[in-house]
Ligand binder design. Structure first.
Ligand code: GLN
Length: 386
């Protein structure tokens, strides 16, 4: 038998998603892969039940059902502060995972360089490899996870085709400030680089921090592929609904890539979630309030247990420092944590280009009772000490 493709050899399956399977195997509370254990809004579920009877059950238009794109354009125009044309500036995708992959394939030729901040959400590494592109990693330095301007410019000087901007950032919970975004925008224009965003946590930004869409900065819409998803905003991660918003010229190409990758996102789910896209601003305020309370509950719990951790400005992840446990391998620590303590976590090394193995990532997108139970279990984390 001939060897299978070379490009698949340089990456593994997703460790985040592997840790969900590990959590299931050990009956651990799964705080690894970030998704809620509470229900989506009732209005969306009611529409889903109706859609089961009325349809649509056949393909939608490949780049998204017209009424879905219309509702999405209205919502995003409102939040991004710009006029998005549902006819020409949106492609609906199967989650932001497909949006990012499609965006990368739209922009990059084999051999092109792509800037990625480290730590980074692990899909970006695989996305570049699958496009035969070459990542240039630029470190973000804790505790604020800021970049060094000279390191960023050195990366831009290598003529990258694109920069991936996860804002708000997973896993470090960083919100890029407007000043930081202006620096990135200035370099993107100077070195003629596209920006591919991942903004799935756009509505989970803790006060006083504020999300700025880089596409909304002057002269940036035409070089930005704004990728996001409905997963986190409406607690429907399993529905796999995402999108790219960009200029007509970019979207024309992205639609071709999307057309042949997946044909389209699930039609009845697009129909049902329109109810959510039409929610008033109060929905997003309540969502933030819910997550702010969960963050406080979980972080206070960790503090009481004396476990060192990061404080996110956004999203629902926290990095725990496991330096004092005597493990040289954070994956091994996470396996033991799932097996012996009963909590699922993601090894930090899967997010860093640098050799970092003293961090693990937990998330708090869970019911309060689940979080309390997880904290009770984490009280036993000391048994892992070597
Ligand atoms: N963004 C989520 C996380 O980091 C997972 C998303 C996914 O697995 N598609 O855990």
């Amino acid at each position: 038998m001939q060897e299978l493709s070379k490009r698949t050899k340089s990456f593994t399956d997703s460790i985040i998603r592997r840790m969900t399977r590990v959590s299931l195997d050990y009956g651990a509370i799964n705080l690894s892969q970030g998704f809620p254990d509470f229900e989506p809004p009732k209005e969306i579920l009611d529409r889903l039940k109706e859609a089961a009877d009325t349809g649509p059950h056949q393909y939608s238009i490949t780049w998204g059902a017209p009424n879905f794109r219309e509702a999405l354009a209205k919502k995003q125009s409102h939040f991004m502060g710009m006029d998005i044309d549902p006819e020409t500036e949106i492609v609906t995708t199967c989650g932001s995972t497909e949006a990012m992959m499609t965006a990368m394939m739209t922009v990059a030729n084999p051999g092109d360089k792509v800037i990625i901040f480290s730590p980074f959400y692990e899909n970006y590494g695989a996305d570049t490899i699958l496009c035969d592109a070459l990542p240039i990693y630029v470190p973000l330095y804790p505790p604020e996870f800021n970049f060094k301007i000279e390191e960023l410019e050195a990366a831009f000087k290598q003529s990258p085709k694109a920069l991936v901007l996860c804002n708000p950032s997973n896993p470090c919970g960083k919100v890029f400030s407007e000043d930081e975004l202006k620096i990135i925008a200035k370099f993107a224009k100077k070195y003629d680089t596209y920006i591919i965003t991942d903004e799935v946590y756009e509505h989970i930004v803790y006060k006083p921090f504020k999300h700025t869409y880089i596409a909304s900065l002057p002269g940036m819409f035409e070089r930005t592929l704004s990728c996001s998803s409905l997963s986190k905003t409406y607690s429907i991660t399993g529905w796999r609904l995402g999108y790219i918003i960009a200029s007509k010229e970019i979207i024309e190409v992205a639609r071709k890539v999307h057309d042949f990758l997946t044909v389209g996102a699930a039609a009845p789910l697009q129909e049902a979630v329109i109810a959510g896209l039409k929610f008033p601003d109060s929905y997003y305020e309540e969502l933030l309030d819910t997550y702010t309370k969960k963050k406080d509950l979980f972080l206070n719990g960790l503090k009481e247990l004396g476990i060192a951790h990061t404080t996110p400005q956004a999203a629902y992840y926290v990095l725990l420092d496991i330096s004092e446990y005597g493990y040289s391998d954070d994956l091994e620590f996470c396996m033991d944590l799932a097996k012996k303590v009963g909590v699922g976590a993601v090894p930090g090394s899967s997010f860093f280009n640098e050799p970092v193995n003293h961090l693990i990532r937990l998330h708090f997108a869970k019911k309060d009772d689940t979080l309390k139970e997880a904290l009770e279990r984490l009280a036993d984390m000391h048994i892992l000490r070597r």
